[in-house]
Design a protein around this ligand. Structure first.
Ligand code: ARG
Ligand code: ZN
Length: 497
């Protein structure tokens, strides 16, 4: 059905005349204050992250009590105060943070306390500074909306303080895998890729909004809380509770934040170059897992040196690993401090370390670009294997290419695997094979120069597959359009001819 254009235009004019000219309306001279977008614009996770501001720093003050032994329910108690320093990027009438499954108890912006209101109907006017939460689990929408008064002007800095808390459980991602603040008997495994940070603090939960972090995590005496970066002082105990302070001064994407809690032993050392290494190893690992973990972690210094020689200097100020005796079913490259479930195996340790360059220093701009993370980290596993005198990168490449052409492995579009396809094998193995094929095509000198250019140009930022293609075309001086179409965008066995 097509209505005549004139009546549509007339209707629009009438509606415009009826709009109230309140302080929120546009005028020729004054600013126009509008709500920030409820998402960062990611097609895979539309309500993750937020528009209208950039977070510079999160200061997370957490108080956590784990469940304790069975038969107690497997739930914890978390109370937090998040102090969030942000900069408005547009004139803001209101803006959102992401927060899932926890309740806000108090909120202020610039020292002005906001009142809690129930979620207003669309278009309804809310008086004064206010906040409200909306949560639709089936649609995976979790939003905390803040209406600051006075409104925020573009370029204005603001400190948002959110007191919040609740019962912690074992949340799951869109695929049903454990992630976020995963409660364990003796603590919590905190691994939040891709948008699970909202299960433990109010956040703009998308990699395009990197920020620095400081943590103060208070837990029952005897527990260890380990986050990103370096300790900001020794643990302080009073009244049976211990506060662990950590400081992560390098920009980091929210999915790479951790604050895991457990019966860990901390082991502190330094690489030959003076990089501090802090490992947190669960006291309850089985003897076999402990032995395998110790052997792998002992190689971290050599791995750092190897990737520094191959690529660029290690991008952050510290490193180390967290190994929990419970399992989320995978490892995660949490920034400066990867997390391992039950055991840290050597190949996985090389993989998570490589992510510090590929994924953490240079992060995906959209979740569809995940192959840039997983392909590179897998390729670095191959390089490490070759360096150790085991299977070469060429051999590993050939074994991927030996996957029969009619295998479903080749049917995934790795340039756009879909939100349910983020962690499928092709993003890892075909991604790595793509990098090796690129190396075979360009030669070692150009390939590794391109890799360094990629890491240098996009350091401390985010980038897309198109940005990746641009770097390698510039460095090689070649048109690689057909190559990348074949390897990344054609869901079929990639012929090398
Ligand atoms: N990025 C992790 C790795 O490959 C994998 C994370 C898997 N996450 C998940 N929700 N299944 O090192
Ligand atoms: Zn990975």
């Amino acid at each position: 059905l097509t209505r005549p254009r004139t009546s549509k235009a007339l209707a629009a004019a009438v509606i415009a005349l009826l709009l109230p000219l309140g302080s929120g309306a546009a005028t020729a001279a004054g600013p126009r204050f509008v709500p920030g977008a409820p998402g960062a614009g990611d097609a895979y996770f539309p309500t993750a992250g937020n528009g209208g501001y950039d977070v510079a720093h999160y200061d997370l003050d957490l108080d956590y009590t784990p469940p304790g032994p069975a038969p107690a329910p497997l739930t914890g108690q978390l109370q937090g105060v998040a102090t969030i320093d942000l900069v408005a990027t547009q004139d803001l009438d209101r803006f959102n943070l992401d927060l899932r499954g926890l309740d806000v108890t108090a909120l202020s912006v610039g020292g002005k306390v906001a009142a809690e209101v129930s979620a207003p109907a669309p278009g309804a006017v809310v008086e004064g500074a206010a906040y409200w939460q909306t949560q639709d689990d089936s649609a995976r929408v979790w939003e905390l909306t803040v209406q600051p008064r006075p409104k925020l002007k573009a370029g204005q800095r603001a400190r948002v303080v959110v007191a919040y808390g609740g019962v912690t459980t074992r949340p799951t991602d869109i695929e049903g895998a454990l992630y976020g603040w995963v409660t364990t008997r003796d603590g919590a495994m905190v691994v939040s890729e891709p948008e699970g940070s909202m299960t433990w603090y109010p956040v703009s939960d998308h990699p395009t909004d990197k920020a620095t972090y400081a943590f103060e995590i208070t837990v029952p005496e005897g527990k260890v809380a380990v986050a990103n970066g370096l300790p900001a002082g020794p643990p302080v105990t009073s009244n049976g509770r211990t506060t662990w302070a950590w400081n992560a001064p390098d920009g980091q994407a929210s999915y790479l934040t951790t604050a895991s809690v457990g019966d860990y032993t901390l082991r502190t050392s330094e690489t030959a170059d003076g990089l501090p290494i802090i490992d947190a190893v669960d006291d309850a690992l089985t003897p076999a897992n402990l032995a395998a973990t110790n052997a792998s972690l002992a190689l971290q210094d050599d791995m750092i040196a190897f990737f520094e020689e191959t690529f660029t200097p290690y991008p952050f100020g510290s490193y180390g690993s967290i190994v929990d005796d419970d399992s989320v079913g995978y490892a995660l490259e949490t920034q400066t401090r990867p997390f391992y479930s039950r055991v840290a195996r050597e190949g996985t340790v090389a993989h998570e370390l490589a992510h510090q360059w590929f994924g953490n220093a240079v992060s995906p701009e959209r979740w569809q670009d995940i192959w840039l993370n997983e392909g590179w980290a897998t390729y670095c596993e191959w390089l490490w294997s070759e360096n150790q005198g085991r299977a070469t990168a060429q051999t590993r490449f050939e074994s991927v290419m030996a996957t029969p052409a009619d295998n479903a492995f080749w049917e995934l579009d790795v340039s756009d695997p879909g939100p349910l396809g983020l962690f499928l094998r092709p993003n890892y193995d075909r991604g790595a094979a793509t990098l090796h094929a690129l190396r075979l095509r360009l030669g070692d000198d150009v390939f590794f120069a391109g890799s360094r250019e990629w890491l240098t140009r996009h350091d401390d930022g985010t980038a897309t597959t198109e940005d990746f293609e641009t770097v390698f075309e510039e460095v090689s001086g070649e048109d690689l359009g057909a190559f990348f179409d074949t390897w990344l965008r054609t869901p079929a066995w990639p012929s090398m001819s």
